[in-house]
Design a protein around this ligand. Sequence first.
Ligand code: ZN
Ligand code: ZN
Length: 359
Amino acid sequence: MNFSLRQKNLRLQLGESEIDALLVSHLPNIRYLCGFTGSAGFLLVSEREKVFFTDSRYRKQAQEQVKGAKVIIARNAVLKAVGDWIRDRRRRWKLGIEAEHLTVAERKRLLEFLPSGLRLRTAPPLVERARMVKDIEELRLIRSAVQLGAALFDRALEVIKPGVKEVEVAAEMEYEARRGGAEGMSFPTIIASGARSALPHGRASEQCIAPGGFVVCDFGVILAGYCSDQTRTVWVGLELEKARSAYYAVKAAQEAAIAAVRPGITVGDVDSAARKVLAKSGFGRYFTHSTGHGVGLEIHEPPRVAAAQTEVLKPGMVITIEPGIYFPGEWGIRIEDMVAVTDGGCEVLTPTGKDFVAV
Ligand code: ZN
Ligand code: ZN
């Protein structure tokens, strides 16, 4: 990973954002900037200095992992070490904080430890913005995560049948994930059958899969830090014409949105490409969530692919395309792929077929 380039880019952004230094507290941002994968630490980046603060549990790990920044092991509270470091150097900074990721209590503590001449500023999401465009190495890791994630669905298809509990399907998939090297699931596996398939986020429950309904499978793995995210919906039992045509309406909407993905287009336009197709087939009002989201070190990261969002797609961005329709009390359908924006359009990363499957 080219940490020095990432750090340099951030330092260039500081001046433009009218802050002298940024205190990075969001762990995925810290990992992105310096490689640290532990669960406690702060990275301070100014025009000239890069210092990583953590506690003694992470002494060895920080020394091994942290690239391009001085490592300081705090004797007491980590934020006190940050405050002391700034105070000792008599910095009169406008110090940027990540408002979305610093707790109220942390902010209060920070103010106690900082010298009085220093002002805190809410920084724009500089690191999140940089993270939206993936470099070649990140794309390689994301591809590997997507491949492993897709293999879980093959396993699911072997297990899904009437009488099997949703959690049993999830358990088989998660076992497969671990065997394939996953560090974990990128979110709690969703296996939603019968009327539960109409819940867009129906985590696997004790419910037994019954014939005559859809099963929505939404799942992903974390592999080498990067997340995958995929949804497939299968029918259980005798095929129903109504279910089949609704399924193909969702598939057409999903493919229309994928066809719209290219550099220069806004994410709002990608969202409306999916929405238009579903409106035309009469399902518009059953599509109740946004079309997708960015994926990378986090399962949900910018950009949001939603109505009226103005973020413009650039090559290297990785987003999901996941329209769905939900009939409360009956059933629901969602199809989700991950795509990478390329110079000429996009590459669909998810290898799994999308035809109607009945088991
Ligand atoms: Zn998903
Ligand atoms: Zn998703």
